[in-house]
Design a protein. Structure first.
Ligand SMILES: [Mn+2]
Length: 325
């Protein structure tokens, strides 16, 4: 992972381009959607399309204003950008496209574009996008401000996670002045759930188990449980931070059996202050940030998946916790 382009150089390329294609990552979150549309709305004079392999979830459509976009078949953009996608696999069916510039902030991020810019100190890709647009001299319209504010708010849990810096807050303040609707963004990002999401929450709360005297919490979301609660893979997408809210839990592990390939398991980990979950997930080919990371494994059944993951997780937990004196 090495940057071979600077922010002013990215700004220059954005300015020169008359047409831009922007790719968001699969299972789109507020950061990838807000970053893509932040660029689009700040450059209304250009022809810009934002594409994603999955539909934009309804709670993020206040940013995109539609569940998806498609570009004309003969569209030949001057510039192709990927935002917040740490690997080409995360682009889904667009994973084979040639990407000119990747803009990302994940601690583990592949250099799959011609030009790669990754800043792991940025709380969100939206922060980097904001800096680039400022260098461009682009006008941050209220729509652009709303999009970028949402990107940053989303990845910082509403400016509460430890990745939030003084600079994050300064940028957020600028975006408020530029017209971001704080209350509306917070409501859409954090206080709006579908009925299916509420069922998914019940499923999580009912199925938390504890290890290491309550320091490690595990939710194993099997297909059987999903069926019982009438929820889909998409409904359980946002649940991985829930077990971390429990007092005493340092490491939260969520295992999700995939409905359409039951021998595959998505793993999400969240930690409090000590455990580097990026490192644990790297042990089985995943990655992310030190306090939030994930990956995918194969196993014969949910119990085996759990044994595999817990072996790594509990080892790392024991080695990371401060020793009692
Ligand atoms: Mn992000």
């Amino acid at each position: 992972m090495e940057n071979n382009i600077t922010l002013p150089e990215i700004a220059e390329k954005l300015k020169e381009a008359r047409s831009i294609l922007i790719f968001m990552h699969r299972r789109p979150d507020g950061d990838t959607v807000g970053s893509a549309y932040g660029i689009k709305y700040a450059m209304p004079e250009k022809e810009v399309y934002c594409l994603c392999a999955d539909d934009i979830p309804s709670r993020l459509q206040y940013i995109s204003k539609a569940p998806f976009e498609s570009c004309p078949d003969d569209f030949e953009p001057d510039l192709i950008i990927a935002v917040d996608a740490a690997s080409p696999g995360l682009l889904g069916r667009f994973g084979d496209e040639i990407i000119d510039i990747k803009i990302d902030h994940h601690e583990t991020s592949e250099d799959y574009a011609e030009y790669n810019y990754t800043d792991p100190t940025a709380a969100a890709t939206g922060e980097i996008v904001y800096k680039i647009l400022k260098i461009c001299g682009a006008t941050i319209t209220p729509d652009a401000a709303n999009a970028i504010y949402s990107a940053i708010s989303s990845d910082t849990g509403g400016f509460r996670y430890s990745n939030t810096t003084a600079e994050t807050l300064r940028i957020a303040a600028d975006l408020c002045e530029a017209g971001a609707d704080m209350a509306e963004c917070s409501h859409m990002l954090f206080e709006s759930r579908t009925q299916a999401e509420v069922r998914a929450l019940s499923a999580v709360y009912a199925n938390i188990r504890y290890f290491e005297n309550g320091g490690v919490a595990v939710v194993n979301m099997t297909n059987e449980i999903k069926k019982r609660y009438n929820i889909t893979d998409d409904d359980v997408g946002e649940i991985s931070s829930i077990p971390r809210e429990i007092e005493g839990v340092e490491l939260a592990v969520t295992i999700r059996q995939l409905s359409n390939s039951p021998d595959r398991y998505k793993i999400s980990m969240r930690s409090g202050r000590f455990v580097d979950v990026d490192k644990i997930c790297a042990l089985f080919g995943g990655g992310g940030h030190s306090r939030a990371a994930g990956g995918e494994i194969s196993a014969q059944n949910p119990q085996q998946a759990e044994r595999i993951v817990l072996k790594y997780a509990i080892d790392a937990y024991r080695n990371s916790m401060p020793k009692p004196r």
